[in-house]
Design a protein around this ligand. Structure first.
Ligand SMILES: NC(=O)c1ccc[n+]([C@@H]2O[C@H](COP(=O)([O-])OP(=O)(O)OC[C@H]3O[C@@H](n4cnc5c(N)ncnc54)[C@H](O)[C@@H]3O)[C@@H](O)[C@H]2O)c1
Ligand SMILES: [Fe+2]
Length: 383
């Protein structure tokens, strides 16, 4: 096995009502003026005011950038940077799901390194750590609040750039499930399936190691036991808390073992048609794993076992089939669309989507290499 490096924020708070504790931790860092990066929905429902008040009690002033688009763009990063400079902020606080976290990472990275966010596409392209970033999470989830991944849509090329850089790791991540109870059913399902995809892709990745394996399998188990309840009864704080832990575990897995073709392909759908990330992943996941099963059957069988299936006596091939069937069953139970046709994806775009997917850094650790034709075929099967 090749040697591993393990990335994770130095401090991570998880659990109901941990937000209050987080505010005093932020004060201990000595910051005076924060830029809160969020979106209009969270501002409207009062979550931003709640955080601003907690910060004010600790003597920390804050300016708000609430223009983050779901699938944040190069324009969002530029707009946030203008505010950050205007208010001479000494730290950035992201508040929301993956979109505000990624947007905040883009802002904080460019604030420290100069240039523009496009300059940092790829792996570890920056020279310096970003401006300190504290990430308060409201979905479960992308795990962006604790990863070194930053995904920004380039509005000129209509592609999602993967910026994989140790320098975008937040200094503190906060997962308070009481901020997650308001998530609507569709968002709960999509973000939960994103977390499942992180765990599955990390587990079959060529960069998997014993630490990421343990995190991935535990995440799979918690998600299969709790996602349906979190979707059907959003007020169930135990299910919400379980999902917060699961998405964090899945984040620990993929932050270090990286991902695969599901994400490489989903990023293209998100960038091209502006579709929700978790939904794209959920639709592609069984199709990519069917392709991967040629080499990953034993690993997929482990995932079936983690989902509660009794795999004793099953061949690896049968285990992989069962795993894929279980993933489909979960997707269906939480009302994920059946295919890409429902999402208005067009076959005529497959060639360019496949070319861009093969250039996405997330595909580098997929267990088996695909040709351009094979990626096109997977898109087609997912229609
Ligand atoms: N950096 C990473 O490690 C990583 C990993 C996976 C995905 N991503 C990226 O994350 C983005 C998707 O993030 P997401 O799925 O968390 O959604 P999001 O951040 O785009 O939010 C989607 C919508 O949900 C709303 N919302 C968020 N929390 C809510 C709450 N608690 N209650 C009510 N509404 C709420 C938002 O206001 C927004 O309108 C994509 O751009 C994807 O590429 C990043
Ligand atoms: Fe994801």
């Amino acid at each position: 096995m090749a040697s591993s490096i393990f990335f994770i924020p130095p401090v991570n708070m998880i659990g109901t009502d941990c937000l209050k504790e987080a505010a005093s931790t932020i004060q201990n860092y000595g910051f005076k003026q924060a830029l809160i990066v969020t979106d209009t929905v969270l501002n409207k429902i009062g979550v931003v005011a709640q955080v601003q008040e907690l910060l004010a009690k600790q003597g920390i002033k804050s300016a708000i950038y609430d223009g983050t688009h779901p699938n944040p763009t190069t324009i969002n990063v530029k707009e946030g940077l203008v505010l950050l400079k205007q208010h001479q902020c000494d730290c950035v606080i992201s508040l929301g799901g993956g979109s505000p976290h990624d947007c905040a990472k883009g802002i904080a990275l460019v604030a420290a390194n100069g240039g523009e966010i496009k300059d940092y596409e790829g792996v570890d392209q920056s020279a310096k750590p970003q401006l300190p970033l504290i990430a308060i999470n409201t979905t479960a989830g992308t795990a962006s609040e604790m990863t070194r991944f930053c995904i920004i849509t380039d509005v000129d090329r209509h592609i999602k750039m993967a910026i994989v850089d140790k320098h975008v790791t937040p200094i503190l991540s906060v997962n308070d499930p009481s901020l997650m109870v308001g998530m609507p059913k569709g968002l709960t399902a999509a973000t939960g399936m994103d977390a499942l995809t992180h765990a599955v892709e990390a587990y079959v990745s060529i960069a998997a190691n014993p630490i990421t394996d343990a995190c991935a399998l535990k995440a799979v188990t918690i998600i299969s036991e709790n996602l349906r309840t979190a979707v059907n009864n959003g007020e169930d704080i135990d299910a919400r808390e379980a999902m917060a832990y699961a998405q964090f575990l899945a984040g620990m897995a993929f932050n270090n073992a990286s991902l695969g073709y599901v994400h490489a392909m989903a990023h293209q759908l998100g960038g091209f048609y502006d579709l929700p990330h978790g939904v794209c992943n959920a639709v592609l996941l069984p199709h990519v794993q069917t392709f991967n099963a040629k080499v990953s059957a034993a690993r997929l069988k482990d995932i079936a076992a983690a989902m509660g299936v009794d795999v004793k006596g099953m061949s690896d091939e049968k285990g992989a089939e069962t795993c894929i069937a279980e993933i489909r069953r979960l997707s269906k139970d939480v009302n994920i669309p059946a295919g890409l046709t429902e999402l208005k994806v067009k076959e005529e775009d497959f060639a360019v989507l496949a070319t861009n997917a093969l250039n996405d850094a997330c595909g580098l650790t997929n267990p088996i290499k695909a040709s351009h034709e094979e990626i096109m075929a997977i898109f087609k099967a997912a229609m």
